[in-house]
Structure formats: structure tokens, C-alpha cells
Design a protein around this ligand. Structure first.
Ligand SMILES: [Zn+2]
Length: 354
């Protein structure tokens, strides 16, 4: 049942409607950030098509078909040859391919084409998931085109990607795209508490997750807590204490070797804190904040913050994020960012919001 999966109510509606009307497209593209449940939804589609006791056109989740479809038999060893082929679930008509290294291979696409042309062995439909579809290169994409254009009536291909812009137009034009939204903190929290995680931990995990259930489940709370503390210091130095030395110390810390891999995460955290303080300054209810548990710390910041300043900060952080794509000197960039946020140097690149 789709309702067992957290979030993305609109996607649930769209898929239910397609399944109900018996008009599920042969080629679908599930696009959305990592960890929002795209693969779960794809397996749920496979269940709906093959369930023995469907309810409202959806998989019951309990029959033998539903139970077996949920179990993908990933190879145990990273270097196993099985990664180069379709990895089947415990159900003979549902399988997934993933990129063995950096690209999806031509052989994998040829195997999908061949298997898609078989009638279902057991149920009503064969379903093939192509995970990380952005890893199709020209050759493997070409090998997929024919079956993608006209899949046999009983076969469905579901491409999954967090980076739809990386897909070739020839692939995009043959798929019906379904866009997944990031999960809200509330959706994540509700799901976690349903799964026996205590309320306080669930809340913190939901806030650390940045919209991804994957991150909410596996994220490291100690790291998140210390990241928030460090970024709160930045905002304090900017708005409350106007302490320039503190600000530069924070910039330095952000670039210490031990935090090297956390650079972008810390920018994310800084951005959510700014948004929260901004929303508070506009009189939004604390329950709407991402970091509601830091209300006491955010309050004084919000009092010293006006909208145009907050908007500029977000733009400045977005600029840095763009620059990260090329190989920039992070130390110089961070110093420049924090000083620009303090209003001491002109805002680079983009125009100021007034
Ligand atoms: Zn079932």
C-alpha cells in the first residue's frame, strides 16, 4: 500500500490513478532527491501490478507476491559479477539494475530488453527498475531506447534518478516523469515514531535529515548537533555580538581538515538556521521552524535580523554552493562569504536584494 510510505501524497495520487485506470505508462521516470522513497514507490507499483489480493488497485503487502517483491537479492560482495546483470527480487518478474561502477552497462540494457519481451512467468506484469538512471552513457542509453519507446504491454520500466538533468533528451522524451518532493520534517518524524523511535530522537533526526528519509535513518546526530552549534555561533557573531574575530575563527574552523567532508552540510545547516531566524522575525509560529528546539537561541538572532539581510545571506550561500562545483579555494571563499555576510565587502556576483 502506498499509504505505508512516508510523504509525497501527490505522487501517491498520480500513481493510484494510473493503476486504477489500467493506464500505467510503460516507461516511467521517478525523479527526486536521494532518500525520498523513489525505489520504495517503484516496488510498490510492481506489487500493485502483481498482488494476488489487491485492495483498491494497490498491493496488499501481505500475499506471497507482495512479500517476495519487497526483497531485492543484492549480491553480497562488491566485486561480484552479478552486479553486471539484472538483480532479481524474490519474485521472478521484478528486478533492478544498478551501475556496477560509474556507468550502467550496455549488457545490462540488452538483458532488460530481452527479459521485457518475455511474458510474465508468474504474475500479470514484469517490472524493471533502472536505478541511478543518470549513469546511462551514450552507448547504454542507446541500447535502451528501443524497449523504452515501446515496451511490451506486460512490461514496465521505471527509471530512477536524483539528477534528471543528466539524462539524454532521447531518454527523457520516452518516459513519463514523476517528480518526488523532499519529505517534510513532520512526515519524517511521523514515520520514525511509527517505527518505534522515541519522539525526541525522531524529532532531531527529522530535522537533521534535509528531506531525506535515508539520511534520517542513518544520519549521525552527534555530528548534526555540533554542526548546528558551530553555525549558530556564526549567526550570533553576525547579528548579536558583532564579533568579527569570532566570525573569522568560525570561518577557519569550517575549513579545518577534520570538517573537510562536512563543508556543504554545514552550509545547509547555516541556511536552515537563517531561514528559521528570518521566519521568526516575520512572526511565524515556532512549530513551523526546522530547528524548533533551538528557539531560545534563534530568538535573539531573529530580533536583530531584517528580511533583506536574510535574503542576501541566502543568495550569498547559494553563490558559494555554485562555486563549489568548480575547484575553488574553500578557505578564501569562506572568509569572503562570512565577511560579505557581515556587510564588510561587497556581495560578489549576484545583485543585492533590496
Ligand atoms: Zn499482495
Amino acid at each position: 500500500m502506498f499509504d505505508q510510505i512516508a510523504g509525497n501524497a501527490r505522487v501517491k495520487e498520480v500513481l493510484k490513478r494510473m493503476l486504477d485506470s489500467g493506464r500505467l505508462p510503460g516507461a516511467l521516470l521517478f525523479a527526486g532527491e536521494e532518500g525520498v522513497g523513489k525505489k520504495l514507490f517503484a516496488l510498490e507499483v510492481a506489487r500493485a501490478l502483481n498482488c494476488r489480493t489487491p485492495r483498491d488497485g494497490q498491493g496488499c503487502g501481505k500475499c506471497s507476491a507482495c512479500a517476495r517483491i519487497a526483497k531485492i537479492n543484492y549480491p553480497e560482495r562488491d566485486d561480484a559479477d552479478e552486479w553486471n546483470q539484472i538483480i532479481w527480487t524474490n519474485y521472478p518478474d521484478v528486478g533492478v539494475v544498478v551501475a556496477p561502477k560509474r556507468v550502467l552497462r550496455v549488457e545490462q540494457m540488452r538483458q532488460i530488453e530481452k527479459e521485457a519481451n518475455f511474458r510474465p512467468f508468474e504474475g500479470k506484469a514484469r517490472v524493471f527498475l533502472i536505478d541511478e538512471a543518470d549513469k546511462l552513457n551514450d552507448a547504454s542509453a542507446n541500447a535502451l531506447l528501443k524497449v523504452l519507446e515501446e515496451p511490451p504491454r506486460t512490461s514496465h520500466l521505471i527509471l530512477i534518478t536524483a539528477r534528471p538533468a543528466m539524462l539524454l533528451p532521447t531518454i527523457l522524451s520516452r518516459c513519463q516523469m514523476i517528480r518526488f518532493a523532499p519529505l517534510t520534517p513532520d512526515e519524517i518524524e511521523t514515520h520514525l515514531t511509527k517505527n518505534d523511535i522515541d519522539k525526541k530522537t525522531a524529532r532531531l533526526r527529522a530535522r537533521a535529515a534535509g528531506g531525506s528519509m535515508g539520511r534520517a535513518m542513518s544520519g549521525d546526530l552527534v555530528t548534526f548537533t555540533s554542526q548546528r552549534k558551530a553555525m549558530l555561533k556564526v549567526l550570533n557573531a553576525l547579528v548579536v555580538s558583532n564579533n568579527r574575530a569570532e566570525l573569522l575563527r568560525s570561518a577557519e574552523q569550517l575549513n579545518e581538515a577534520q570538517y573537510k567532508d562536512e563543508f556543504e552540510e554545514r552550509l545547509d545547516v547555516l541556511e536552515t538556521l537563517i531561514r528559521d531566524a528570518w521566519m521568526l522575525s516575520l512572526g511565524v509560529k515556532p512549530s513551523q521552524l526546522v530547528n524548533e528546539d533551538l528557539l531560545g537561541e534563534l530568538q535573539p538572532i531573529s530580533e536583530g535580523l531584517d528580511s533583506s539581510r536574510a535574503a542576501n545571506w541566502i543568495l550569498q550561500i547559494e553563490d558559494v554552493r555554485e562555486q563549489l562545483i568548480v575547484n575553488i579555494n574553500r578557505k578564501v571563499t569562506t572568509d569572503a562569504l562570512f565577511l560579505a555576510m557581515a556587510g564588510e565587502v561587497p556581495v560578489p556576483k549576484r545583485a543585492k536584494v533590496r
